[in-house]
Write a protein that binds this ligand. Sequence first.
Ligand SMILES: *Cc1c(COP(=O)(O)O)cnc(C)c1O
Length: 221
Amino acid sequence: MSLQEIHSRIAAACAKAGRDPASVTLIAVSKVQPNERVSAVLEQGHRCFGENRVQEAAGKWPDFRAKYDGINLHLIGPLQTNKVKHALDLFDTIHTLDREKLARKLATEAQARGTCPPLFIQVNTGEEAQKAGVPPTAVDGFVADCRTMDLPLRGLMCIPPVDEEPALHFALLAKIAARNGLSGLSMGMSSDFEAAIALGATHIRVGSAIFGARVPVSPTK
Ligand SMILES: *Cc1c(COP(=O)(O)O)cnc(C)c1O
């Protein structure tokens, strides 16, 4: 699907929801995509991208930044505390703040640098054992902790369980954000971004619908 088609679908979903399309940021998720596909999207003028691994981002984005102005890069995958410095060097926004130890590490680094990127707290709305994120019942407390550390919270992020109706999870995330006075909602992917926009998404993370299917990584022999 072309970038233009995605933008018209976003515009249609916003019209239906009575929202301004400018209130929705399209994050093009470029993880695992060949550089030619990423370049093609950059050539069309798009500048906002998402990656889920620090290492992978480090391998391609410094070169793209040297070539294109105004790139805005979002970390949407898990962050280990020993990679915080590296992540802060690379990313403009982090969507996966999910635990106290990471919050403390980010706060320490932010102090040292005098700056910190906007942060989203990842919420495990489906309470899945294998998935990262703060459990819904623990979010209020965690938000309060992050605020005492002066962390710049932008909003909440979720990845709904694959086998459940995503709208239920988007609605839950919106409710938790509202009661915590947070305006950012990072939710919605290729298969469900219109539903996410209807429920207030401010940041949608769309990969395969823009770039095509991710090229499978072949096993190393
Ligand atoms: C890969 C990924 C996406 C994009 O998924 P698509 O289905 O390809 O749009 C969005 N969010 C996160 C956290 C991801 O890891």
